[in-house]
Design a protein around this ligand. Structure first.
Ligand SMILES: NC(=O)c1ccc[n+]([C@@H]2O[C@H](COP(=O)([O-])OP(=O)(O)OC[C@H]3O[C@@H](n4cnc5c(N)ncnc54)[C@H](OP(=O)(O)O)[C@@H]3O)[C@@H](O)[C@H]2O)c1
Length: 371
């Protein structure tokens, strides 16, 4: 990249930081969800703490630790559903699971892309597991039940559901097929309904196999959310939309869902975690050039970035490590990054059981017609 291109990216990033700063002071839709202090603690301090304590594990090294290096049949018979496994972190998780013999169900919207990425991986290395592709459009709730019906018709167990797919901060308000704000629809609602419909299968697998797991992709951005107003922000309407504000609140909602399910289902031996993967220059946020320049392409946070392989490590840890059930039971651990439990400092840690129930009821109201 030329010097002028690099400078243009820095400039674009600076403009985005400036716009976020201005909105944190002036814009009611941003201020209602995140604040300067919470963003500083959640993202800036959090990213630096994470960088300093990075164990440098990769998705593959975590799987090797659990399965034994080179034991490529270790995950034979295990079934994992991953949403958004056609790109970025989900793809790296799928690769490692397939390498060690797992049956990975790609919950995806583009079968050609899924077939292509799997063929590319197979051309590079032997993958002993099986890949199945089932269509789901996470911005259309009416596609969730057909996905689940197709999966259940295969009569397989379900050892782990990885709610990974997500979008970040489209600059302009977009609505899903059902008229819900798109980040809320994709990051939260489709995963809410998917999890609800798959819970009986997860319970059945936990009874027959000893345990099952659910992993949510949260974020330090979720830690930057200071408040979720169920009336105005779940979901936000066009007049109350904030690209970054709604990203923080939807990631926080993912974390609250994880915490709620953790507390409810640990007794059923369904272990539920939320994960911050790190800051990874994947495809996330690609619709927002300013944010991409600020967080990913520019230099300001570059020193804190993880590789895709490192970023996918904690999800694998939460999906496979024998430590997770122990830590769930003994420490109540549900929030992880750098392959270990962390102290949650944002709204997700403060949300009372009453708030959690109200949030669940709101999501159920929006989802029940499609259940
Ligand atoms: N990267 C980071 O720095 C970072 C940091 C914190 C948290 N996270 C979280 O990590 C998760 C994965 O992020 P990533 O970095 O891997 O992102 P990514 O590279 O952009 O991948 C996103 C995946 O989600 C899928 N997806 C998006 N919209 C969809 C829809 N409407 N229907 C079906 N699938 C859809 C994409 O499918 P296509 O391939 O068809 O586009 C893709 O497979 C997200 O939940 C994100 O919030 C990421």
């Amino acid at each position: 990249m030329g010097c002028w291109d690099a400078l243009a990216i820095e400039w674009e990033g600076l403009k985005y930081y400036k716009s976020v700063f201005a909105r944190l002071i002036m814009d009611p839709a941003t201020k209602a969800k995140t604040s300067f202090g919470q963003m500083f603690r959640g993202i800036v301090v959090g990213a630096h703490y994470e960088w300093l304590t990075n164990p440098k594990k990769t998705s593959e090294s975590v799987v090797e630790e659990v399965c034994g290096k080179g034991n490529y049949d270790a995950l034979k018979g295990k079934v994992v559903i991953i949403t958004g496994a056609t790109n970025g972190l989900g793809l790296e998780n799928a690769r490692c699971l397939l390498k060690y013999g797992c049956h990975v169900v790609f919950a995806m919207r583009n079968k050609e892309k899924a077939a292509k990425v799997v063929a590319e991986m197979q051309a590079k290395e032997t993958l002993t597991g099986k890949a199945t592709f089932i269509n789901i459009q996470l911005d259309d709730l009416s596609t969730v039940k057909p996905f689940v019906q197709e999966f259940l018709a295969m009569n397989l167990p379900l050892h782990c559901l990885i709610n990974n797919a997500g979008i970040m901060a489209p600059p302009v308000y977009r609505a899903s097929k059902q008229g819900l704000e798109s980040q809320f629809a994709i990051n939260n609602m489709s995963h809410y309904l998917l999890t609800h419909l798959l819970l009986p299968k997860l319970k059945e697998t936990a009874q027959t196999s000893g345990e099952a797991r659910i992993v949510y992709l949260g974020s330090l951005a979720g830690e930057a959310c200071w408040n979720i107003d169920l009336d105005t922000s779940v979901p936000s309407g066009p007049e109350f939309y904030s690209d970054i504000g709604d990203y923080t609140s939807t990631k926080c909602i993912d974390m609250i869902h994880a915490r709620h399910l953790h507390d409810k289902h640990t007794k059923d031996k369904i272990f539920v975690c939320a994960v911050h993967p790190g800051i990874i220059n994947s495809g996330l946020g690609k619709d927002n050039p300013g944010l991409t320049a600020a967080f990913y392409a520019g230099s300001s946070l570059k020193h804190t970035h993880k590789s895709q392989a490192e970023g996918a490590a904690t999800t694998m840890y939460c999906a496979l490590s024998p430590e997770v059930p122990k830590k769930s039971v003994t420490e109540g651990a549900w929030w992880y990054y750098n392959c270990q439990p962390q102290r949650c400092i944002g709204f997700a840690s403060k949300a009372t059981p009453e708030f959690q129930e109200k949030l669940e009821a709101k999501c159920w109201d929006l989802a029940k017609a499609y259940a």
